[in-house]
Write a protein that binds this ligand. Sequence first.
Ligand code: ATP
Ligand code: MG
Length: 434
Amino acid sequence: MYSKNKKILSVKGMHDILPIDIGIWEFVENTIYNILNSYGFKKIITPIVEYTNLFKKTLYGSNDIFLKEMYSFQDKLNGEKLTLRPENTSGVIRSIIEHNLIHYGIKKIYYSGAMFRHEKPQFGRYRQFHQIGAEAIDYIGPDIDAEIIIMCNRIWKKLNIKNIILEINSIGDIEDRRLYNNDLIIFFKKYEYMFNSNELKKFYSNPISIFDTKNLEIIKIINLAPKLYNYINNNSIYHFEEIKKILLNNKIYFKINNYLVRGINYYNKTVFEWKDKDKNYSQNTICAGGRYDYLIEKISGKNIPGCGFAIGMERLIEKLKFNNFKKKEYKYDIYIIYKGKQAKLKSFLLAEKLRDIGKKVILHCEHKEKNSNIKSQIKLANKNKVKYSIIIGEKEIKNNTVIIKNMKYFFKKKQIEIPLLKIIDFFKNKKYNL
Ligand code: ATP
Ligand code: MG
């Protein structure tokens, strides 16, 4: 898209994550990775593009809208039908089967990266967004469902996230839902006139997906609808009760939401969402997941159960900012400023030596002419928020010295001149009495 003055802007609904936000992103990513690792999850990176057929298989039966939101295209060069992943569970499962990872005992896997959905962009809802998610494959019992939820709870605690609520539900098995869907259609018949065309389509392709609506009028009616929980089989009930027991035993509090379903249709039994209580609009789910015992069979014919979740990074970061999380910006130790050819050569050597002792160093490189004098270089050093500047001018070259300026006192002349040979000693021994 072009702006009015013909500048090329980013694609609608797709955003840059700017350097000023990278500190918080990396902090959040690393915190989550460490926790996932500590529970036995290993990282995987799958391609952003998969064959469209993969998603047709895994997402079949999800509401139509979801499939329509996919960025699918045909490769002009070889005619292959491809899709930018709208979620990563399908790709991860494809990879686990393709590389026979279960055979090697790799059953707990996590991923991180960009997903693509052609949704209506709004705050907290984008066309390219990022998820960190985890999948536990080949585990059949309720214990892994509970452990995954406990793991999420640890993430929120570690990040100091407040006012977040866990909602859980059991949606039973496919057979249970078939019966339930029939009764749901009968119930909603009299309210059908309130549905818009998208909701009608959603309702008739997969009736319970209507619970996923963001339409407040319909949500009121949903509260009167028959409850799926009354239809689910004993095995699912037992599974759900066990999870609740483990959660309560671990002092993880939850709300049972009998109308909680997922937009994607591959789930059965457990579903859960962590919602932001500080926000009451429809983009308040920060993390969502559940069990999918029939998904792997759809791709591979192998009857292997699974359970997982995904965290929406943009929503999590937004929440952290709302909770006044202090952004970590990159801090540099030293900015080296020089004037003259000889000073330039010395500066390069000095910068490398300082990096050898672990300092973060920005070496001034040639800018456009207005930045070439020492005064403007000092201004740039200040913009880069460095602690110290080292200045090597023509006079210093003659004297074989350097000037060290403490940038805290940018406007005052707080600086010393020391022999070039002493500089490593100055920084190494932390003689920062400047
Ligand atoms: P929603 O109900 O908000 O549409 P969803 O059910 O489509 O979410 P999932 O597919 O389960 O979401 O993805 C897990 C998480 O990824 C969501 O809880 C949310 O935090 C995030 N997410 C999903 N879609 C988007 C989007 N378009 N933009 C930003 N984050 C998103
Ligand atoms: Mg959605």
